[in-house]
Design a protein around this ligand. Structure first.
Ligand code: ZN
Length: 236
């Protein structure tokens, strides 16, 4: 039998070798959990982050299959709602939020940006005008308000490169966009769900959270984790 014609690229080869390794080593121990999840998922958290390959939510917070409902877009963007509560852009991220809230009934929504985000660099430096990048350029418009926020904010860490400061400001912009949908905002106001602004530093593996009292992103260490576990992190 001839092998399928998909081999030959390094990327796919690595995945197939990884799959075999997974079947040999991790899968046997995971099978009971996978079997229990086969009919139904019940994640407690919607995790909205960037498509960047270096952001690996399950690894960052040590979760198992079934724990996170994940939305990934370039730049972890969410088109805001118009005055009628309808999305002003692509429906994918908003559909993900609706499914997570109204079908899965998650308790928490996390918007997580990250360091060295290509989307933020593109926003700062302007994408080359090219028909090949037309959809990407249009998509990044949902992050444009973050440039104004970056200029207004005085509490971002000045030691960070400008694109990382923009990435942190952008997490807050996207939280605003999530909260622009009336049914989501109502649930947050009534503490039915929590909403959290996180930021991942790839080089250090550190997660940061926006501290609303200090108005800045702070490392989630043992002390911060203790504070977080004692209270909801966000109310608009
Ligand atoms: Zn990114």
């Amino acid at each position: 039998m001839h092998p399928p014609e998909l081999l030959g690229s390094g990327g796919v080869e690595k995945l197939i070798r990884g799959l075999l390794e997974f079947r040999r080593t991790a899968l046997p121990a995971l099978l009971p959990r996978l079997q229990s999840l086969a009919e139904r998922q019940a994640p407690k958290t919607l995790f909205m982050t960037c498509s960047d390959s270096r952001v690996v939510p399950n690894l960052m917070v040590s979760t198992e299959p079934g724990d996170l409902f994940v939305s990934r877009t370039v730049g972890n963007l969410v088109p805001r709602a118009d005055e009628n509560g309808a999305s002003t852009g692509d429906f994918a991220a908003t559909a993900c939020i609706e499914f997570a809230l109204h079908v899965l009934h998650v308790d928490d929504v996390i918007v997580c940006g990250h360091s060295r985000c290509g989307a933020m660099k593109a926003l700062l430096e302007q994408l080359p005008a090219s028909p090949d990048l037309a959809h990407l350029a249009g998509w990044l418009e949902h992050a444009r308000p973050s440039l104004d926020r970056l200029r207004r904010m005085t509490t971002l860490d000045p030691a960070l490169p400008e694109y990382d400061q923009l990435s942190q400001a952008n997490v807050l912009t996207q939280i605003d966009h999530v909260l622009s949908y009336p049914q989501i905002r109502d649930r947050v106001v009534h503490h039915d769900i929590g909403i959290h602004a996180w930021w991942w530093d790839i080089a250090t593996g550190d997660l940061h959270i926006y501290d609303r009292e200090e108005h800045r992103f702070a490392l989630i260490d043992e002390r911060m984790a203790e504070r977080m576990l004692q209270r909801r992190s966000w109310s608009p």
